[in-house]
Design a protein around this ligand. Structure first.
Ligand SMILES: Nc1ncnc2c1ncn2[C@@H]1O[C@H](COP(=O)(O)OP(=O)(O)O)[C@@H](O)[C@H]1O
Ligand SMILES: [Mg+2]
Length: 183
């Protein structure tokens, strides 16, 4: 049985389905007796990163804090599941390097649900607010979003049911923890 920790890093636009997938993965891992912890961007902004805004610099601080905690957890046998827009590739790559230094797997997952679908879902009303000039700096709209170039997995939640995404994700996670590639 896999005992090695790892970090599962879910990046994608607001509304792509990162939190939904992350919660489902953590629940499933707990059910199977694994240690797993969720680091969700919205939740972190309420405490560990309270006061940060959405400038490039503040987003980087937020992502690097989460990445540091994920590193500490994952190198101690926990599956750290991070759900954050984390729009900058170079910042995600810094976190990846920290994990590499520890020889801990870093599984980058692009929750690649297209912008049009995210905009139609708009669970927080952010896309509508941006269109009406009430918010700005929305990733992928009037702020950058840099897709991963070589993610371990891409998940478009508009093209398959959650159970299918979860099963594919679980296979990649299990493989990373045992050093095997999923079949
Ligand atoms: N696989 C899916 N199929 C259909 N709708 C989904 C799926 N995953 C998430 N959603 C819906 O999309 C919206 C955004 O999901 P959420 O997980 O909060 O996204 P994010 O954390 O990436 O902003 C929510 O309304 C959620 O119910
Ligand atoms: Mg979320």
């Amino acid at each position: 049985m896999a005992t090695m920790g790892c970090t599962v890093w879910l990046t994608g636009l607001s509304g792509a389905g990162k939190s939904t997938l992350a919660i489902a993965l953590v629940d499933e891992l707990h059910g199977a007796g694994h240690r797993a912890e969720l680091l969700d961007g919205d939740e972190l902004r309420a405490h560990m990163s309270a006061g940060l805004g959405f400038s490039h610099a503040d987003r980087d601080v937020n992502v690097l804090r989460a990445g540091h905690v994920a590193r500490l957890l994952s190198r101690n046998g926990v599956v750290a599941v991070v759900a954050m827009i984390s729009p900058y590739a170079a910042t995600r790559d810094r976190v990846r390097q920290w994990h590499r230094a520890d020889r801990t797997p870093f599984v980058e997952v692009h929750v690649s649900t297209p912008l049009g679908v995210c905009r139609a879902r708009d669970p927080k009303g952010l896309y509508a607010k941006q269109a009406n000039g009430l918010v700005t700096m929305l990733s992928g709209v009037d702020d950058p979003y840099e897709s991963p170039r070589r993610p371990a997995l891409a998940v478009d939640t508009s093209r398959e049911p959650l159970a299918t995404s979860l099963a594919r994700l679980r296979a990649v996670v299990d493989a990373s923890r045992t050093g095997r590639r999923p079949g």
